[in-house]
Design a binder for this molecule. Sequence first.
Ligand SMILES: [Fe+2]
Length: 78
Amino acid sequence: MVYVKDLEDSDLRKVRMSLREELEAIDNYEKRIETAKDAELKKILAHNMDEEKEHTAMLMEWLRKTDSTQDKMFESHD
Ligand SMILES: [Fe+2]
């Protein structure tokens, strides 16, 4: 269990939930890109998918700054 001083649990939960939603959005865009017939639409969807990846990175950065245990896992793990 992670305890982060001066930060309510609910903020961590919000970030984790948002991460799940962003990753799901990436999956959804990827599926739509694969099945879209119009080349221009494929480009738009790919652009939007990349924005979701940016959102994911922003949330991960916040999570790493806030949860030191999570952050350490990016440096070293089994
Ligand atoms: Fe997003």
